[in-house]
Write a protein that binds this ligand. Sequence first.
Ligand code: PMP
Length: 597
Amino acid sequence: METKDIEKIVRPNILAMAPYSTARDECEGSPEIFLDANESPYDNGFNRYPDPHQKRMKKAVAAVKGIREDHIFLGNGSDEAIDLAYRVFCRPGIDNAVSIAPTYGMYGVAAATNDVEFREVPLGKDFSLEPDALLAAADANSRLLFICSPNNPTGNSFPREQIERIIKEFNGIVVLDEAYADFSSQGSFLRDIDRHPNLIILQTFSKAWGMAGLRVGMAFASPYIIRLFSNVKYPYNINGLTQEIVTGKLLEAATLHVREIVSERARISEAIAGYPGIMKVYPSDANFILVRCTGPKDLYNALMEAGIIVRDRSGVRGCEGCLRISIGTASENSRLIRTVAAWSASLYPGDRISGNASCPVSPESPEGICTGGTAYADGNNGTGTNADRCYNAPVTAHADSTGAAARRATVSRTTSETGITAIIDLDGKGPSYISTGIGFFDHMLDQIVHHSGISMLIKAKGDLDVDEHHTIEDVAIVLGKAISEALGDKTGIGRYGFVLPMDESEASVLLDFGGRTDFRWDAEFSREKIGDMPTEMFPHFFKSLAETARCNLHISARGENEHHKIEGIFKAFARALKMAVAREKFPYSLPSSKGLL
Ligand code: PMP
């Protein structure tokens, strides 16, 4: 569109109107006494009207954004600019606006309040932009076309060339909402504003700039459009305090924390992506992620119970099953990850021990099939039945960034005495979460996590009202099975041992994944319990684990302090395990002269 054509699509009443002129607009010279605006004369810091043209603030914005002041409109949030676009360009009951869907809800709400038809064009596969469909949805009365990039709530940016094509071909105003552009590697269209007379770019101080509470949004456009917006806006649309604070922040070059948010975004995405129940974490260019899961309401409630609120977008067309999660501080995000891990573990039929008869993971889940623990499909599309097992996570199915196959396993086992789920990643790529109901046992399992570098999510619900025996034994069985499965064909692993002093005590653990199973234990405990864990269960735990992990395990310990001895054993076991499962330089060799394990 040419500049001269813009005037043709402005509402006639807007073109004809005489804008409100404030008392200070008519002021010439430098008066000392202000009796022109019916203000209070008593100075309390706020008794005078603020600058309606926000001159100081615009100067600061112009400097920060590298753009001329006459290209800038400042509003009460960018929501004000969205509403103004309708009021300036759309005749109620006649004109229409075109938009992508799903996207930010205010475009539709502002259309409704202005009595303007709102045409939603669904995004394509993986939320891609469909320029042909968008342009085809427009007709002679289409005045506005909304694109949000990076898009809310999907998080993705759209290709520049596609946006550029739409700006060129659409016969009206393209409103490009860049509220999240600071978090994107794609950059902004701001420097192209002079090339596109029909482009309005929206940005905001509410996101990366951290000033949502002050309510300032920006619209960038040609001086002609900016003048129209200024004529229609409320005269004092940005209050004096906000102007002062925002200007100050801009001049002092406030810290934007973009780098932290972007790296935390990657951390959360990676951490939760492998969890059963999480079907997809969409790639994001914004300060939030969209997460598709098997039970959005259920996960929402679990997060709420942990004191974390996220945005449930599962009711939005195109976002079925999705929660939108904003990126918080590192510690907030860690709590989020732990809560998602706990929720994920609770999806397993282990919960049947408290009466929940079936696994709630949808049978349609592309990640695997689970019907109450009796049927399974693994990541290699193998299926089968096993009364003890219920798989949802791909088992050794995904390759990691180096191209090596991921070494993960998920094993669930339910008996009348316990329900246990173990999700492990031998390469430490997942988060860890241990909960067995036995404090000292959790502490010992944590030692394995810390000192082996293996990620473990272990959730156990056992008959602790009887005693600890079944829970400890069954955790060992499930964990051993998970290790064995994650090791797969054992390429690249070795046979190892570790000796470790712990103050006056020493512990030795010899470990061999050669295939033959044996277990030797040489450690005495005089106390009946350490913490809430019976000492007789220590050898029993390792024996059960050795059987299902199919390893040869020799453990001995000497010393005076009982706590030191057992902690030394768990740590030495962890270190031996770490070495034993580490990928060797030549991963295709088997650690056996027989060439077969
Ligand atoms: N645009 C998008 C895409 C948004 O997500 C939001 C707020 N969530 C806004 C605009 C409005 O921002 P504000 O009014 O705070 O400037």
